[in-house]
Design a protein around this ligand. Structure first.
Ligand code: ZN
Length: 168
């Protein structure tokens, strides 16, 4: 069952801070117990405060949950991205850049880029709620917003789309 937020209040309870968003991204992509790519041991991962990274308990290798995702090169806070995706996934007819600009307090240019990127990742979808692919139907926000984690283990990095849309 999905436990994704349905209301704005639920959204902000679940993602109250940048830190909460980063932790969520870490959980979705890796999770505690994830096997370290360098020392190949299942590790506890410790948050590195100075950067958006987590460190291996054994060898100190860093994992960066945003690297390889659409959030990697942006200065826009993760919370703004998550909120934008939340809006897209809870608004039947899509979200205009102008609306993102207003709600997030970002420039129109930034809002347009965000909307464009989110739409591209939702672009493979016919319809607005479900992704049909390889015989599967998955809610687009199941992983990112819903927080369902699957397939944690060695070599189980998932691609951008998966991280953003939860299409596994
Ligand atoms: Zn390690």
């Amino acid at each position: 069952m999905s436990n994704k937020p349905q209301t704005i209040a639920q959204f902000f309870k679940r993602f109250p801070s940048e830190e909460a968003c980063l932790n969520h991204l870490f959980d979705v992509r890796f999770g505690q117990g994830f096997e370290c790519p360098r020392c190949e041991r299942a590790s506890k991962w410790f948050r590195i405060k100075a950067e958006r990274a987590y460190s291996c308990q054994w060898c100190g290798h860093h994992l960066h949950p945003t690297v390889g995702t659409p959030f990697e090169k942006t200065r826009t806070p993760l919370q703004s991205w998550f909120y934008a995706i939340f809006l897209f996934t809870t608004t039947r007819n899509g979200v205009a850049a102008k609306e993102l600009q207003r709600q997030l307090g970002v420039t129109y240019k930034t809002a347009w880029r965000m909307a464009d990127l989110i739409r591209k990742h939702m672009g493979d979808v016919d319809g607005d709620v479900l992704i049909g692919g390889e015989g599967k139907e998955v809610e687009i926000d199941e992983t990112l917003i819903g927080g369902k984690r699957t397939g944690v283990g060695a070599g189980n990095y998932r691609d951008n789309k998966t991280v953003l849309l939860g299409m596994v």
